[in-house]
Design a binder for this molecule. Structure first.
Ligand code: ZN
Length: 566
């Protein structure tokens, strides 16, 4: 079947000016672009509308859902917002290659944070190949490309063990990465604020990735700190990429507390200098500037040495519990120190800055299972602490909730800044506008970092790309339309080595979005997470029309697993 899209404003993903053109689709490919006619094609009149490549979400954790045999329809909203390809396996965490005890420890540590309902089955997660075969059989709803997570690899070989890997363990990790590259991984992702990536030092990471370049692999990094210590953390991953000679993507790169702003700009300077030396670097950022993850990342890493059950045991010990509260007070709250002075003490650095009060207002907690806690769903830690009559002890409440829920909560975390106590998550546009220079960086692409599926917890599932193009690009005059589209298409395709996608070009796959540049905008917000966006008329995935006027048309699912070598 052929489809001819007529008279559109073609914004091709390269960043060059839009032009009037027609696009002919046959099968799953774009076969011609120009002034076209056809006798046997279905004609779509796109006069007055933009046609762009399908959006590539530079940062996701959807592999845990794509590998869930039961139900992946919760990912349909990705298509409503024009996303046709997702990058998976970010932040050091991937379902595969995971072998016990790593699989079980990771499952316990991350709980339902990424998986929504349940983890992909253990048997199929042993190798990347078996996992990808399962995703393929399951017919993905969008195209997906996959990193393997370093935490997954390390915990598979070592469990949750701190300290240096032995020579044998290093070789085993290196072999798992080689095998995954042969099976189609993009490369390796690091999640250095999480166990068990966090247990590794720079030298270990370089060693176990030393074959990456031979496979044309790349690395992606959630760096050790997005708060205080950010500049050093940036230098660390640049060193890794530069030593290995591979491209680097730094994930969700923004300071998570205003105290870290100077270090953020220092980090951007380091990136600039490294790029001048020839290091290939990209960054991505969440257009809503808050993220979701497991609150377990706030604990000192030594707590998890030996596993999550071990951490629970430790937290029940009064002396250790005091130590942890003290750690939270020192590391997160008042009295900042630098990475270098904190690291030897805690074997980690801080995520956010500010006071205990700010911390408590910054987190919204989800996934309560205990009957007496169900009413806390979606509330801030501050609200929960107040309801429990412990308003001045947020850390104590945080520890209690973690134990009561067996480390299985997840959170939405906003930026920590002056005034966060008074602002809701939706009132932070003024703050977000100050981040415009970040969004404008030429090497920044757009990555949602939404986790999970149909939960009422993060509007990003419905809002992300329309917000990036409509609100940030157009309404706040962040960048011209062509550049906004480039950051959502051609740029991430290049940053992740996605072949024959990301541009509108003869011979490329027909992943396309038809939208109105004047009305495209998100409607979802934290109060109402599941509103479909405005202004998106049609979405094509591998040549198939999958969305029209905000309705999903798919009887079949047309996404593809993108193995690196294909
Ligand atoms: Zn991350």
């Amino acid at each position: 079947m052929k489809t001819l899209i007529k008279n559109c404003n073609l914004v091709d993903g390269t960043g060059s000016p839009g032009r009037n053109a027609d696009i002919l689709i046959e099968g799953d490919r774009i076969v011609a672009v120009g002034n076209l006619t056809s006798d046997d094609a279905v004609i779509i009149d796109a006069a007055g509308l933009v046609v762009s490549p399908g959006f590539i979400d530079a940062h996701t954790h959807y592999d845990f859902i794509l590998g869930n045999k039961e139900d992946i329809s919760c990912l349909i909203p990705l298509l409503y917002q024009g996303i046709t390809t997702v990058i998976c396996g970010c932040c050091g965490i991937s379902p595969a290659p995971a072998i016990p005890p790593g699989y079980r420890e990771q499952k316990h540590f991350f709980g339902e944070t990424f998986s929504q309902r349940k983890w992909p089955p253990e048997e199929e997660c042993r190798t990347l190949d078996s996992f990808l075969n399962m995703v393929e059989e399951n017919n993905p709803i969008v195209n997906a490309a996959f990193y393997v997570g370093f935490s997954t690899v390390r915990s598979s070989v070592m469990g949750f063990k701190s300290g240096k890997a032995s020579d044998e363990e290093r070789e085993q990790m290196r072999a798992l990465i080689r095998q995954s590259m042969e099976e189609g991984a993009l490369g390796v992702s690091f999640g250095l604020e999480y166990v068990s990536s966090a247990f590794a030092d720079t030298e270990e990471m370089i060693y176990i990735c030393s074959d990456l370049k031979d496979y044309g692999g790349r690395i992606s990094a959630h760096i050790r700190s997005l708060g205080i210590g950010m500049a050093d953390a940036t230098r660390e991953v640049i060193t890794i990429a530069e030593t290995l000679g591979v491209p680097l993507q730094i994930s969700h790169y923004a300071p998570f507390c205003d105290e870290a702003l100077p270090e953020f700009f220092e980090g951007v300077g380091e990136i600039d200098m490294a790029m001048e030396r020839g290091v290939d670097i990209g960054i991505d950022l969440v257009a809503l500037l808050f993220s979701m993850t497991t609150p377990n990342e706030f604990f000192p890493y030594w707590l998890f040495d030996g596993g999550v059950d071990k951490a629970a045991e430790r937290l029940k010990d009064e002396t250790i519990r005091k130590e942890v509260v003290e750690y939270l007070t020192t590391a997160i709250s008042s009295g900042f120190e630098t990475w270098n002075t904190l690291l030897p003490v805690y074997n980690q650095i801080v995520v956010i800055g500010g006071t205990a009060n700010r911390f408590a207002h910054q987190l919204r907690l989800f996934n309560f299972k205990q009957p007496e806690n169900l009413s806390f769903e979606g509330k801030t830690l501050a609200e929960i602490a107040n309801e429990r009559g412990q308003g001045d002890e947020p850390y104590e409440v945080f520890l209690d909730l973690t134990l009561e829920e067996d480390f299985n909560l997840y959170m939405c975390v906003s930026l920590s800044y002056e005034g966060v106590e008074e602002n809701t998550f939706d009132d932070n546009d003024a703050l977000l506008k100050t981040a415009l220079p970040v969004f404008q960086l030429p090497f920044l692409s757009c990555g949602s970092d939404v986790i999970g599926g149909d939960r009422n917890s993060n509007p990003g599932l419905y809002a992300h790309f329309p917000r990036f193009i409509g609100t940030i690009g157009r309404d706040w005059e962040g960048f011209p339309l062509e550049e906004a589209v480039h950051k959502c298409t051609g740029l991430p395709a290049k940053q992740f080595g996605i072949k024959e996608r990301g541009l509108i070009k003869e011979g490329y796959y027909a992943d396309l979005v038809i939208f109105d540049k004047d009305t495209i905008k998100e409607r979802a917000n934290t109060a109402n997470c599941t509103e479909k966006p405005e202004g998106i008329h049609m979405v094509f995935l591998n040549g198939q029309k999958v969305v029209e006027d905000n309705e999903y048309l798919g009887e079949k699912r047309y996404g593809k697993v993108l193995r690196k070598f294909e």
